[in-house]
Design a protein around this ligand. Structure first.
Ligand SMILES: Cc1ncc(COP(=O)(O)O)c(C=O)c1O
Length: 343
């Protein structure tokens, strides 16, 4: 394969060489089980706890509020199902129409179990109104789950305002921050976030590792049973290499992406302005409230998938929607939610 221009970093990123370097010893000489009491095990445990501290500090949380998981999908599942199991009297969930399938499919599963779910719409820029969320809150609402940044159109949601409303009404607030970790500042305490999902592979970390932040005092029941790892909230031998890699990736993203947002935005807008010169090209989502790394455009008269294949032939990798749903060849639920037609 020749040189490719990879523009699909919202789907996944390349593991950074320093991240890989930090991980390698935990596959080879430092292979102890972090739950073993001997020194080889304790060596792994120490690395894992240091990583937990780094990750916690990056979102202004405490180490014991971080539960390691296999990624964003599991964190989203654990947030919703774990809360539902812990607070069975609350039978209503609020989310948005533009969430990732990890939340939408989980909510559909909950509906099949008898839960009521309110799916809140967005405006034509893809922004959710906190007022609409507040209107949907009921006596038995368990949780409001609204993503921080959308994975397709990059819109940044007013999660701070939504979280404040949830706190006022005594409802838990969860945010899927898979697309914002390392790109936007996240202060879990200041923003009143109760639960937050994240994943390493979107920020040059390895695939198959993520975390769920659960604010102290909030109960969740495990959805994976076993040896009681991760404070009894997520069993399974810890993925120490992945955890160490994720902490390194978080550190690097804070340095390289977060502090360079202005420069990245400038480059993004240069590319965007060139693309918008093409007749029939339109930007989807908000121009202002948009993550620095995202462009989503529609072109009149050409099918997204055909364009994707043509660009691939030219050595440019892009997506027409969420990587998880791209095989379904259905129009994006996010683009439909902002009012675009199928054609
Ligand atoms: C917003 C969002 N949530 C959840 C996920 C799932 O994360 P993971 O791939 O780590 O399971 C993704 C990644 O595709 C995402 O973009």
């Amino acid at each position: 394969m020749g040189k490719i221009i990879y523009l699909d970093n919202a789907a996944t990123t390349k593991v950074d060489k320093d991240v890989l370097k930090a991980m390698l010893p935990y596959f080879t000489e430092k292979y102890g089980n972090a739950s073993s009491l001997h020194s080889k095990g304790q060596e792994s445990k120490k690395a894992m706890e240091e990583a937990r501290k780094t990750i916690a500090e990056s979102i202004n949380a405490r180490p014991e509020e971080i539960i390691f998981t296999s990624g964003g999908t599991e964190s989203d599942n654990l947030a919703i199902k774990g809360l539902a199991l812990a607070y069975p009297e609350k039978r209503h969930i609020i989310t948005s129409k533009i969430e990732h399938p990890a939340i939408l499919e989980t909510c559909e599963e909950m509906q099949k179990k008898g839960y009521e779910v309110s799916y809140i719409g967005v405006d034509k820029e893809g922004i959710i109104s906190p007022h609409d969320i507040e209107k949907a809150i009921q006596q038995d609402t368990l949780v409001v789950s609204v993503m921080h940044v959308n994975n397709e159109i990059g819109t940044i949601q007013p999660i701070e305002n939504i979280a404040a409303l949830c706190r006022k009404h005594n409802v838990f607030f969860h945010t899927d921050a898979v697309q914002s970790l390392g790109k936007l500042e996240i202060d879990a305490k200041k923003k009143n976030i109760d639960l937050l999902s994240a994943s390493a592979h979107k920020i040059n970390g390895p695939k198959g590792i993520g975390f769920l932040y659960v604010r102290n005092g909030i109960k969740i029941k495990p959805i994976i049973s076993g040896g009681g790892h991760e404070f009894g909230k997520r069993s399974g031998t810890e993925n120490v290499a992945g955890i160490v890699g994720m902490a390194k990736a978080v550190e690097m993203a804070n340095e390289k992406i977060m502090k360079n947002q202005k420069r990245i935005k400038k480059m993004r807008d240069m590319l965007l302005n060139e693309i918008l010169e093409i007749k029939g090209a339109r930007l989807n989502g908000s121009k202002e409230k948009r993550a620095c790394n995202n462009i989503n455009v529609s072109f009149d008269g050409i099918e997204g998938e055909s364009l994707l294949m043509l660009l691939d032939k030219a050595g440019i990798a892009v997506s027409t929607g969420s990587a998880c749903s791209s095989q379904k060849l259905e129009p994006s639920h996010v683009l439909k939610a902002i009012g675009l037609s199928d054609m």
